[in-house]
Design a protein. Structure first.
Lengths: 110, 114
């Protein structure tokens, strides 16, 4: 059964710094990966999807996927206080099921 | 376009009560999901509908949880009877369907059972 693990559990980054979040998964056949962000009191919101090995950049956010090493990461450049949130990695299994990581709490310190 | 709308945002129920949570998905979306979120268990899938048909009924949640989708623009989640361990945030999400489609979540309904 697919397992998704995120690290670190929490992360403090100074404003303007780089935040790096990690996610490992167990099923080599996985094809579809997302990063979601959840601010306090809100529902999760999709940040980025990545389906191919390599990097995908959207503004200050870069996702990296390495299926061979069962690893996907998210890097946030020039971190802003508004980036403080809970970040989830989600991996699709089967036709509809998403397996979610337990989340990384990111705090951006002004 | 309107996003996913959930009501109520907050609910306090006494143990044994019946509560009904409501969800309006994004217009045109074919897939609808109900999740429960707690700090300990994280995000757990309760139900999944595709084009109004129930495809996943949540296994362990079956006995007291019932999700329905009477039309393509409205779904309910009934918890009957409620127990204190049901205290959580209940999230509704929708998507267009398909392999690589993103889920759009509502703001959630926070339930406290006393």
């Amino acid at each position: 059964q697919q397992k998704v693990q995120q690290s670190p559990e929490s992360l403090i980054v100074p404003e303007g710094g780089m935040a790096s979040l990690n996610c490992t998964f167990s099923d080599r056949n996985s094809q579809y990966f997302w990063w979601y962000r959840q601010h306090s009191g809100e529902g999760p919101k999709a940040l980025m999807s990545i389906f191919s090995n390599g990097d995908k950049k959207e503004g200050r956010f870069t996702a990296h996927l390495n299926k061979a090493s069962l690893h996907v990461s998210l890097h946030i450049k020039d971190s802003q206080p508004s980036d403080s949130a809970l970040y989830f990695c989600a991996v699709k299994v089967g036709n509809y099921q998403l397996i979610w990581g337990s989340g990384t709490k990111l705090i951006i310190k002004p | 376009d309107a996003g996913v709308t959930q009501t109520p945002r907050h609910e306090v129920a006494e143990k044994g009560q019946t509560i009904i949570l409501k969800c309006e998905p994004v217009s045109g979306h074919n897939d609808l999901f109900w999740y429960r979120q707690t700090k300990i268990q994280g995000l757990e899938l309760l139900s999944y509908f595709r084009s109004k048909s129930l495809m996943e009924d949540g296994g362990a949640f079956k006995d007291r949880f019932k999700a329905e989708m009477l039309n393509s623009s409205f779904s309910t989640l009934k918890i009957q009877p409620t127990e204190p361990k049901d205290s959580a945030v209940y999230l509704c999400a929708s998507s267009t369907g398909g392999s690589g489609n993103t889920l759009y979540f509502g703001e959630g309904s926070r339930l406290i059972v006393v």
